[in-house]
Design a binder for this molecule. Sequence first.
Ligand code: IP8
Length: 252
Amino acid sequence: MILLKLGGSVVTDKSRAFSMREEVVKRLAGEIAEVGGELVIVHGGGSFGHPVATEHRLQEGLASETQLLGIAKTRLAMERLTERIVSILVSKALPAVPIQSSSVFQCRNGRIEKAEIWLVKGLLRLGCIPVLNGDVALDEARGVCILSGDQVLAYLARTLGAERAVVATDVDGLFDRGGRLISRVTRRSAAKVIPYITPSGDATGGMQGKVEELINLAEDGVPSTMVNALVKDRVRNALLGRKVKGTVFEAE
Ligand code: IP8
């Protein structure tokens, strides 16, 4: 079974609020349909979830009643994005079934503590493709937190015993200080790069958060490949396990 993360920068245009990259998602749905096999998809928030979550400071937890409307608006924004992505997947005859991450995961201090994982397992058993998302989730310590799709991906990959993960972004992979693409990264080499990653302003830590999740995941036995989904066939080839331009996250 493979986990696929469709990053927010792939499924949406992050420079314009609430704008989806319809054409990119349609092409990716076609690539996914060509591959087949057991798959779980997780998508990020992009220009739907992040601006709303950041405006209401939800990543800091619940400190004031004025944020309640922010929870509702963030949830709604993610629901709208999921609906559009899933509609495209279904139009390519993929049995994609959305599952709200906020209804599956309970967090503590921003980390997943409990999960109704049977929902995901049940759909997989039927042969469906569960589609989850980054979300605003309940948090036992903070009231709410912004749960990144990357954390959801890593949690599911570990719990479901995934073979590997493919992380689709809008860049070719991870670059070193000199701007060279790093084709293979481990905890040791990542430590040299992380301090130089430019902060994204996302509610969930952007590329830095992603690298940390993927390194920890690799050390737990699930390697992943980060690829540029804006380039045709990179996601398809990565899903097929072919050698592809990108960054592979592996254990030391
Ligand atoms: O884009 C964040 O998910 P991500 C989701 O995977 C929200 O970090 C609600 C901003």
